[in-house]
Ligand binder design. Structure first.
Ligand code: CFM
Length: 541
């Protein structure tokens, strides 16, 4: 039965990809995997997008400033480059942040050096030095970052020297990241660069006293308030969350990240480098969690309790799970009745196409296809393939930094014997991520760096009830009459994580599925062709 499903999906995908006119585009076949658990499978990922394909990926700068550094609320993040780069990384990701009592929160500002032609010709470093001084004089932050955009690398401004001088002059932490957009193949290169910078300049520098059962939530960006819901649950159980990295995170708390007993990794793609480096340098191991979906949340909480191996904590975990589930069960059951039997096709950055499969399943929605924009092979196939991933020439300028054991600060919560035991018991999650493919049914379509052409063709062929992606492709699906849900910014809704978040998500999905709007839509390309004059003026509207 499942073999038939595999063959059927293979045929469908081949038909779609065979419509490409050229040989290069047919090379896309290696980026598609039809899940077949009877064989060992491999997917091509993290390679440069074929020119001519409309990719949904972002750039290294987006991954560095927009994703990892930007949410640190008490820092001023200056973008060194033309104004557009700063403008487009401003506010749209919905990584929410609240001020600590009386503390600074610069999240709503866009800081840019606004490089223009004369800066490109004569160099922009003086302008950057002035910008750092000005920003400090007005905002008095405790730390600042500088993110480079493409022209900076091309003209060779030495942003690191400027940052160093500013640090001495102003007496606060200032560091720069050479995250020019063209580095690597996508924003995943920027994640790596930002991880390196935070590890070098921030983590390990603090000395605050931390509470009992201390954890960091790594790779959680508080989109739509997700991090707040996760924090609420962990607080209730009795964990001390040192820092959320980096959603609603801060320089002040991140400095103490090395003091945690355990690191939780929500988004593996963007943060696995830091998780690994912290363990080498400071001894804290990491655990893969997924707080999206009721079952995912319960599993993560139980795994955490197992790691700590403390009776009181385990009992409290079970009590909180019971209370929280009781509170949402009725609503979830009600929503499930509406969604049961529906299908979803998901295409999100580097984590969420996997994370949301749990939650969809809980409301009766089957994921028939899923893809990542810029994930690496390990995000699809599991970390066991890391030693076999061929290094990609396009990524050679993104290097691992060398970290070594910090003899003074290195500490482990568990004894080495206990840790070895836990590694067996929690093999699938402790220092491990098994990837998205493992959780998908045979015959489902897994696709890397999906483009607009394939999106349209696959929606036509698969006819999913829900297409979950982002702003760039949302409206294509909608114009085809398919309900489209943004999983990057949540269409202004959220939180979707944890227990309460699951209900909000289910409610939004029900609203999208039950609105009659989709049946009223006639795709513009199915209407009378526009006159040339109308096309020129945008249809005269
Ligand atoms: Fe991680 Fe993210 Fe994602 Fe990501 Fe992103 Fe995002 Fe995303 Mo948009 S860090 S990989 S670079 S979970 S911004 S919060 S939604 S593409 S799937």
């Amino acid at each position: 039965m499942s073999k038939d499903k595999v063959l059927e999906s293979q045929k469908l995908v081949t038909e779609v990809l065979d419509t490409y006119p050229g040989k290069v585009m047919r090379g896309r076949k290696t980026h598609v995997m039809i899940k077949d658990s009877s064989v060992k499978q491999e997917i091509e990922a993290d390679s440069r997008t074929v020119p001519g394909i409309i990719t949904n990926r972002g750039c290294a700068y987006a991954g560095c400033k927009g994703v990892v550094l930007g949410p640190l609320k008490d820092m001023v993040h200056i973008v060194h480059g033309p104004i557009g780069c700063s403008y487009y990384a401003w506010g749209t990701r919905r990584n929410k942040a609240k001020s600590e009592k009386g503390g600074p929160n610069f999240i709503n500002y866009a800081f840019s050096t606004d490089m223009n032609e004369s800066d490109i010709v004569f160099g922009g470093d003086k302008k950057l030095a002035t910008a750092l001084r000005e920003a400090y004089a007005i905002f008095k932050p405790k730390a600042m970052t500088v993110s480079a955009t493409c022209p900076v690398g091309l003209i060779g401004d030495d942003i690191h020297a400027v940052a160093k001088t500013a640090e001495q002059e102003l007496g606060i932490k200032v560091f720069a990241v050479s995250c020019e957009g063209y580095k690597g193949v996508s924003q995943s290169a920027g994640h790596h660069l930002a991880n390196n910078a935070l590890m070098t300049h921030v983590i390990g520098k603090g000395d605050d006293i931390v509470g009992k059962y201390s954890v960091n939530i790594l790779g959680e960006y508080n989109i739509g308030g997700d991090g707040w819901e996760i924090g609420r649950i962990l607080d209730k159980i009795g964990y001390s969350v040192i820092t959320v990295m980096t959603g609603d995170g801060s320089y002040d708390t991140l400095k103490n990240a090395h003091k945690a007993d355990l690191n939780l990794v929500q988004c593996h793609r963007s943060i696995n480098y830091i998780a690994e480096m912290i363990e080498i340098k400071y001894g804290t191991p990491w655990m893969k969690v997924n707080f999206i979906g009721v079952e995912g949340t319960i599993e993560a909480l139980r795994n955490m309790a197992k790691y700590f191996g403390d009776e009181t904590l385990t009992a409290k975990t079970e009590q909180v799970i019971k209370e929280e589930v009781a509170e949402i069960k009725e609503k979830m059951d009600e929503y499930k009745k509406v969604c049961d039997g529906k299908t979803a096709f998901m295409f999100v950055g580097g984590s969420r196409s996997h994370h949301y499969q749990n939650l969809f399943k809980e409301i009766g929605v089957k994921t028939i296809g899923a893809g990542f924009e810029f994930a690496h092979r390990d995000d699809y196939e599991g970390r066991e393939v890391i030693p076999f991933i061929k290094s990609n020439a396009d990524n050679k300028n993104i290097q691992d930094i060398e970290v070594t054991k910090d003899e003074e600060k290195f500490r482990m919560y568990l004894s080495p014997e206990q840790f070895e035991e836990r590694k067996v018991e929690l093999a699938s999650v402790l220092k491990n991520y098994e990837g998205m493919a493992k959780d998908m049914e045979d015959g489902s379509i897994i696709i890397d760096d999906l483009n607009h052409y394939e999106t349209e063709k696959l929606i036509e062929a698969l006819k999913p009830d829900i297409f979950a992606s982002g702003i760039k492709d949302k409206f294509v699906a909608q114009k085809m009459g398919v309900f489209s849900k943004q999983l990057h910014s949540y269409d202004y809704s959220g939180p979707y994580a944890g227990f309460k978040g699951a209900v909000t998500f289910a409610k939004d999905i029900v609203a999208g599925l039950t609105t009659p709007s989709w049946s009223f839509i006639v795709s513009p390309w199915k209407k009378e062709p526009m006159l040339e004059a109308e096309v020129m003026t945008g249809g005269g509207k």
